[in-house]
Design a binder for this molecule. Structure first.
Ligand SMILES: C[S@@+](CC[C@H](N)C(=O)[O-])C[C@H]1O[C@@H](n2cnc3c(N)ncnc32)[C@H](O)[C@@H]1O
Length: 398
């Protein structure tokens, strides 16, 4: 074996990847982007969950055969190969990468895993390949958009390449632009009004889903989130895509909102209109308005339950424990409710930040729904009134 490459096992696949010891930063941390072909071992949870979602989709929704999946940013081919080995319901997998080194490595890895009859390998731009295949009548039940940085330039082609009821899976590593901390880039890329806020991670997920929904509507399609989460340095979302102009219209009117937010006192509300943001009704500060963004729930409760059931039997997955924990937290999260930052509330009231569990208990005792979020340990999702948020912050502060 060439010393520039090593063999690794991920899931059921055995693949050749660049030797990480050759691409270490001065602090000795592996930098996948420096290697001739991209493979990031830290993204194993992202790939494990994708296998699980695909399995669950094919168990729960009947699709006419042939069942096809595409991995248009394949790198080493690891995803395509794992879909081929771990999801027997898939008939054909298309693996593509624009980079010639990646293309050659995908071919080699496909051969090594005995998948020549099942995985078809392409070299080209993801958009060009997706549109070309679609124009030739080839569409997919699962399209996995996993590019560097922003997925925005590939959403249209991904949506267009899906069969009715198929799933678009998207990774976004441009968390800073999406969440508003680099709001100029985020506004431009996702065609939204953005600014920094204390609930940025929630805003980022909603901007991404809102963008996908608006692009879907352009093509008479509607999206419905199955699972959406943040982990490490990226967002990952899975949406079911259905066809029909009336579905698209209904989705836009039910789910697309603006967020009016006060960065001083933590007041916020979803609104239908991009009206003048105006003054905060609570503290008089000028409000910021963000959006359009996705205002509804971020996942599908029934689908999440099926994911947890189907995870049984997948004990071989390297990220099993972390994945099980993530699914449990997301399943219990009230994602259809707005998220508030307790630290901001406490700072505004000039009190110490309360223990979050006591604060949540107080909101529940007042008759509201409230719970934690996987996005931040200092944030709470709740339908409580702002007055109740203030009272519970003040009374539970140590
Ligand atoms: C983040 S890596 C993909 C990692 C891979 N999906 C995995 O899980 O290991 C992005 C890949 O997309 C490829 N790429 C970049 N721009 C592309 C484009 N426009 N079309 C197709 N592939 C592209 C890069 O060569 C790189 O291999």
């Amino acid at each position: 074996m060439d010393e520039d490459f090593i063999l690794i096992k991920e899931g059921r696949a055995e693949i050749k990847v660049p030797n990480p010891d050759k691409y270490l930063r001065p602090d000795k941390v592996f930098e996948p982007a420096w290697a001739p072909v991209f493979y990031n071992p830290a993204q194993v949870l992202n790939r494990d969950v994708s296998v699980l979602v695909l399995k669950t989709l094919l168990k729960s929704r009947p699709f006419e055969r042939p069942v096809r999946v595409i991995d248009p940013f394949s790198g080493t081919g690891v995803r395509a190969i794992r879909y081929g080995l771990e999801v027997p319901e898939v008939d054909e997998i298309y693996a593509n990468d624009i980079d010639p080194n990646a293309y050659n490595l995908i071919l080699e890895n496909v051969r090594m895993n005995g998948l020549q009859g099942k995985v078809r390998v392409f070299r080209g731009d993801a958009n060009a390949i997706l549109y070309l295949l679609r124009s030739l009548g080839t569409s997919f039940v699962f399209v996995d958009i996993d590019p560097y940085g922003s997925p925005a330039p590939y959403i249209d082609a991904g949506l267009w390449s899906l069969r009715n009821g198929g799933v678009l899976a998207v990774t976004a590593t441009d968390v800073a632009p999406l969440s508003g901390s680099k709001h100029v880039a985020g506004s431009r890329r996702y065609d939204v009004r953005l600014s920094p806020s204390d609930v940025g991670l929630d805003v980022g997920l909603r901007v991404l889903l809102g963008f996908m929904a608006r692009r879907a509507a352009v093509r008479d399609r509607a999206v419905s989130p199955l699972l959406a989460f943040h982990s490490g340095h990226y967002y990952r979302v899975f949406v079911e895509v259905s066809r029909g102009a009336s579905r698209a219209v209904e989705m836009l009117s039910r789910e697309i909102r603006y967020l009016r937010i006060c960065t001083r006192c933590a007041f916020l509300e979803f609104s239908l209109e991009l009206a003048d943001a105006g003054r905060c009704p609570m503290c008089g500060n000028s409000l910021k308005i963000l959006g359009p963004l996705w205002g509804g729930g971020l996942s599908d409760a029934q689908f999440l339950r099926s994911l947890r059931v189907n995870l049984q039997g997948l004990e071989y997955m390297q990220s099993l424990k972390r994945l099980a924990k993530l699914l449990e937290v997301v399943e219990n999260e009230l994602t259809d409710l707005p998220m508030y930052n307790l630290v901001t509330l406490a700072r505004f009231l000039k009190v110490n930040t309360p223990p979050i569990t006591r604060f949540i208990e107080c909101l529940r005792e007042a008759g509201f729904k409230a719970g934690r979020t996987h996005l931040s340990p200092q944030c709470v999702r709740t339908n409580a009134t702002y007055d109740t948020l203030v009272r519970c912050t003040a009374t539970t502060a140590p």
